[in-house]
Write a protein that binds this ligand. Sequence first.
Ligand SMILES: Nc1c(NC[C@H](O)[C@H](O)[C@H](O)CO)[nH]c(=O)[nH]c1=O
Ligand SMILES: CC(=O)[C@@H](O)COP(=O)(O)O
Length: 208
Amino acid sequence: MTSIKGPAPAPTSFPGSEKLRIGIVHARWNSEVIEPLVKGAVESIVKAGVKPENIIIDSVPGSWELPIGTSRMIAGSQIQASSNANDLMGGATSLLDGEASTTTPTTPKKSSGPLDAVISIGVLIKGQTMHFEYIAESCCQGLMRVGLDTSVPVILGVLTVLTEEQALKRAGVGRQDGDKGHNHGEDWGFAAVEMALKTGKWAAGQLE
Ligand SMILES: Nc1c(NC[C@H](O)[C@H](O)[C@H](O)CO)[nH]c(=O)[nH]c1=O
Ligand SMILES: CC(=O)[C@@H](O)COP(=O)(O)O
C-alpha cells in the first residue's frame, strides 16, 4: 500500500519573498547528511524568491548547540539591523558624541535587516547510549522555545533517526533498495519562507 504520509505540496508563489532574510544554522555532526539537507534548503528558499545573498548560513559543533546558535543568530541580526539603521541616519552615535559624522549613507545591496526565519539543521543518529534521547528532546524543546520567545519562526530541521540509512534517505541520498528517499531540507526551505511571510503579515495586523 502506498503511504499517505507527507507534507502537502508547497505553495507555488511567495509574494514579498524578495525582501526576506533567512538564516540557516546547522550542526557539523554527521556532515554527509547535513550537506545535502543544507543544499536542499537553500535551493527551495531561492526557488521561493529569496535572494541568495539574503540567506545567511552558519554552523555549530552539534545539535546540542543548535538552540543557543539559533537564538544568538537571531539576536545578532537584530543588533546588525539597528546599527545599520543608525549608520543610515548618518552615524547617530558620533552625533550624540558631538562629532561630525564621516559616514556616507549608502543603501546596502544585500539585506542587513533582522532575520525573518531561521532553519536549524541537525542530524541525530541513535548510538549505544542514552546520549541521543537527551540531545533530541532538549534540542527540539529548546528550538521551540527560541521560536516562541523571539517570535521569529524557527523551522525544525533536526532529523532524529535510528539508523544511518534512515538519515540518508531523509536527505535524499539513500543508498539501499534503489530508493534515494526525499530531501527534507527542501520542505524546510519552503516552510521558512511561508512562515516568514505569514508572521510578517500577522505582525502588521493583516489577517486574510
Ligand atoms: N551524537 C550526536 C551529536 N553529539 C554532539 C552534541 O550535539 C554536542 O555537540 C556535544 O555534546 C558538545 O556539547 N550531535 C549531533 O548533531 N548528532 C549526533 O548524532
Ligand atoms: C558523545 C557521547 O557521549 C557518546 O559516548 C555517545 O555515544 P552513543 O552515540 O553511542 O550513544
